[in-house]
Design a protein around this ligand. Structure first.
Ligand code: NAD
Length: 355
């Protein structure tokens, strides 16, 4: 028997509703895989600010640091929008990622079952598409120095710096290659090596590393072409590895191919544990109404089993239960003719039934 410590941070808005459904699934899957759970629930975001005057209280941070994995709902909402930037709920996310050393963000974009109709792209273009974007999360232009806006020669000048060291490129590329190995062994490295020297280095390092992964077919693509190809023919991609900014943009683009924000899971890994969360925010417009789609959070839990606990079978079990559930039941955001509309809680119950 393994003893597994999971910290749940429900957060704000629909966060508590969707994490509650995922925790139901967590208990059932853990039982199936003979895992003993030690689950701790702690506040984060606006809820934490209301209780402790900070969106990331020390107690929450320690509970996340000492866990094997963290499941996060979402943070933010109109109630906290006027707060100073330093204590806004969203700051908790940046703090957590930095403190946990999570430098790799994994964003799958997959069409589940007959949800193909939810995409704005033609069914024949997206049917069967299954992409994993591996985004570098703690470096690049979002963090490089010098940065800021300063007065120079009588006018304001804005400046950001794109910096990548060889070791930063190596560690994210390693994750890209290893994930490609577990999928269909195709890796696309996206850069702008024709214009940006920092990504010329990126391309060189990734190419050097490919010698250690002879089973993975590597190709390189400029980010402008990758954007076009994602919309033109998404099925040509399997795993994509890229910089922080390119990954930020491409992962949202790839995700929207699926058509619904309520279906998108994510994982941040690289440190000693992993942070798993739906891509969507706290959806204040539907919070507390039992309308939220819990599947993104449930699928994030699946990623936790695959990437932190090395239990790919558990992830497959969860994904299959989701696909089966979608054959009959839908939440409002993905409702289509002939299906039965259910709320957040019932969707969780139906997935449990289909496990
Ligand atoms: P949002 O993702 O919360 O909502 C966008 C739209 O999608 C809304 O109409 C919402 O009802 C719908 N939606 C989102 N998730 C859904 C779900 N699971 N089921 C059904 N419908 C769903 O984005 P927003 O409105 O721009 O932001 C709201 C708040 O969330 C803001 O405070 C923002 O800063 C925060 N936010 C947090 C995160 C996070 O915690 N990771 C991410 C994005 C936004």
């Amino acid at each position: 028997m393994t003893n597994t410590k999971i910290t749940v941070t429900p957060g704000d808005g629909i966060g508590p509703e969707v994490t509650q459904q995922a925790v139901k699934v967590l208990h059932a899957v853990a039982q199936r895989f003979d895992m003993t759970l030690d689950i701790q629930e702690v506040p984060v975001g606006g809820t934490a600010y209301d209780l402790a005057g900070t969106p990331l209280p020390d107690e929450t941070l320690q509970a996340c640091k000492s866990a094997d994995a963290v499941l996060l709902g979402a943070v933010g909402g109109p109630k906290w929008e006027a707060l100073d930037y330093s204590v806004r709920p969203e700051r908790a996310l940046l703090g957590l990622r930095a403190e946990l050393g999570l430098y790799a963000n994994l964003r799958p974009a997959q069409i589940y079952g007959d949800l193909v109709g939810a995409s704005t792209l033609k069914p024949e273009v997206v049917e069967g598409a299954d992409i994993m974007v591996v985004r570098e999360l703690t470096g690049g232009i979002y963090f490089g120095k010098p940065r800021g806006v300063a007065e120079e020669n009588g006018e304001r000048v804005g400046r950001n710096t794109l910096v990548y060291s060889e070791s930063e490129i190596r560690r994210i590329a390693k994750i890209g290659f290893e994930i490609a190995q577990k999928r269909s062994k195709r890796l696309t490295s996206v850069d702008k090596a024709n214009v940006l020297e920092a990504t010329e280095l990126w391309r060189d390092v990734v190419t050097e590393m490919s010698k250690d992964y002879p089973d993975v077919e590597l190709n390189h693509m400029y980010v402008d072409n990758a954007t076009m190809q994602l919309i033109r023919a998404p099925k040509q991609f399997d795993t994509i590895v890229t910089t922080n900014m390119f990954g930020d943009i491409l992962s949202d683009g790839a995700a929207m191919m699926t058509g619904s924000i309520g279906m998108l899971p994510s994982a941040s890994v690289g440190g000693s544990n992993g942070l798993y969360e739906p891509v969507h925010g706290s959806a204040p417009d539907i919070a507390g109404k039992d309308l939220a789609n819990p599947l993104a959070t449930i699928l994030s839990l699946g990623m936790m089993f695959r990437y932190t606990f090395n239990q790919g079978d558990a992830d497959t079990l969860i994904q299959n239960a989701v696909i089966k559930t979608l054959e009959t039941y839908r939440t409002g955001d993905i409702m289509s003719e002939g299906k039965q509309q259910v709320g957040c809680q019932e969707m969780g119950d139906r997935v449990l039934e289909n496990l």
